[in-house]
Design a protein around this ligand. Structure first.
Ligand SMILES: *[C@@H]1O[C@H](CO)[C@@H](O)[C@H](O)[C@H]1NC(C)=O
Ligand SMILES: *[C@@H]1O[C@H](CO)[C@@H](O)[C@H](O)[C@H]1NC(C)=O
Ligand SMILES: *[C@@H]1O[C@H](CO)[C@@H](O)[C@H](O)[C@H]1NC(C)=O
Ligand SMILES: *[C@@H]1O[C@H](CO)[C@@H](O)[C@H](O)[C@H]1NC(C)=O
Ligand SMILES: *[C@@H]1O[C@H](CO)[C@@H](O)[C@H](O)[C@H]1NC(C)=O
Ligand SMILES: [Ca+2]
Length: 337
């Protein structure tokens, strides 16, 4: 680039010089013959034309170089993104290694004799057995409780611990625009973004349960909403939501969804002529339609203010602000740490 700029300057100076010589010519012109004068002018004109075309060529070349540079910047940007993805992957591998230690501990425990009163069916019962490290745990199958073997993520730190996560949004790579069956069974990755599954949530909340929702915005601020009572009905009753006793600093934006059935893109159970699940692109207890939409579309910073189908919580940031991170977690009402 610098080289080209320099040649343009040199050319410019040359042109100026030529122009000046040309300007001085008429004075000398008085003595020589008419033909000589006009030949000189013609040759100067040709030179100027040649230099002008050279200059044009150079500026074209400069434009091409600019384009090439822009392309290189784009490529670098892409490489940066790939690097970021690799970091995320490494992060997940790292936590996998950490979690393996915990699972090994759990397996030792599984082989010990069990009675139904010692059953492990959530993170609170694990906490009661002295598992106090947050992370992924595999819960054994329990015929008495009718629960299959499944994997959960336990938050053993927040406000005393013992929380079983039922939802998380933080990576933003997988879609939450899914059908009834997928919301029933659960989807996603337990260390990343996931929905635990409505059947699991129903089973977990058969015992009186508390729901805690933790939110984070793109400025890094955090708020929470807690419901002292949280219950999700079974599939026959369309996983109807029941909640009470709000506390927290995020606003009571799930109250509007109280006593509504669960809806997905292929099952409109909302209280609206509209099809809220399709409009808001998630599965949720849609009313008409939302005061919060925690299973909405994950919008990254920059796009997070432009849409109304994002991950919203009206009580904090209104209908247009899509949040950066969400976690929904439950624990028995009678839990003591
Ligand atoms: C102008 O350029 C042409 C070809 O590019 C060349 O033949 C000619 O001699 C040049 N004229 C001058 C005055 O430099
Ligand atoms: C919820 O679904 C049940 C059936 O699963 C239905 O009987 C009930 O009327 C629905 N409630 C609302 C508010 O749509
Ligand atoms: C939800 O509705 C029930 C009645 O079905 C009510 O007792 C409860 O207080 C409501 N919860 C909230 C948060 O308003
Ligand atoms: C809400 O909490 C109050 C006391 O804090 C309690 O008396 C009430 O029973 C709770 N509500 C429900 C629906 O359990
Ligand atoms: C949300 O966005 C719409 C249009 O994009 C705009 O009309 C509305 O005022 C916005 N609402 C808020 C609360 O920012
Ligand atoms: Ca509808």
């Amino acid at each position: 680039m610098a080289k080209i700029n320099l040649s343009i300057v040199v050319l410019g100076v040359a042109l100026l010089f030529l122009a000046e010589t040309w300007a001085q010519k008429p004075m000398k012109r008085q003595t020589p013959s008419k033909g000589q004068c006009c030949d000189e002018v013609r040759s100067l004109k040709v030179q100027v034309a040649n230099l002008t075309s050279l200059l044009e060529d150079l500026s074209h070349k400069q434009e091409a170089d600019m384009k090439k540079l822009k392309r290189q910047i784009l490529e670098l940007d892409q490489q940066n993104r790939q690097q970021e993805a690799r970091v995320t992957e490494a992060e997940s591998k790292y936590s996998e290694i950490n979690n393996r230690v915990e699972i090994m501990q759990l397996q030792t425990l599984e082989s010990a004799p069990q009675t139904s009163s010692h059953a492990i069916y959530d993170c609170a019962s694990l906490y009661g057995k002295n598992y106090k490290i947050s992370g992924e745990y595999r819960l054994p199958k329990d015929e008495f409780l009718g629960t299959p073997e499944h994997t959960v993520f336990c938050d053993m730190e927040t406000n005393g611990g013992g929380w079983t996560l039922i939802q998380r949004r933080k990576v933003g790579l997988i879609s939450f625009e899914r059908d009834w069956k997928q919301y029933k069974q659960g989807f996603g990755s337990i260390r990343g973004d996931f929905w635990l599954g409505n059947d699991h949530i129903f089973r977990l909340t058969r015992q009186p349960s508390t729901l805690r929702i933790e939110l984070e915005d793109w400025e890094g601020r955090k708020r929470y909403a807690e419901y002292g009572v949280f219950k999700v009905d079974n599939e026959l009753n369309s996983y109807k939501l029941f909640l009470a006793n709000y506390s927290g600093n995020a606003g009571d934006s799930l109250r509007y969804h109280n006593n509504t059935n669960f809806s997905t893109m292929n099952k409109d159970n909302d209280k609206c002529v509209d099809d809220c699940a399709s409009q808001r692109k998630g599965g949720y207890w849609y009313n008409c339609c939302t005061d919060s939409n925690l299973n909405g579309v994950y919008y990254r910073y920059g796009d997070h203010l432009k849409n109304t189908d994002g991950i919203t919580w009206y009580g904090w940031h209104g209908r247009n602000y899509s949040l950066k991170k969400v976690e929904m977690k439950v624990r028995p009402v009678d839990f003591h740490s």
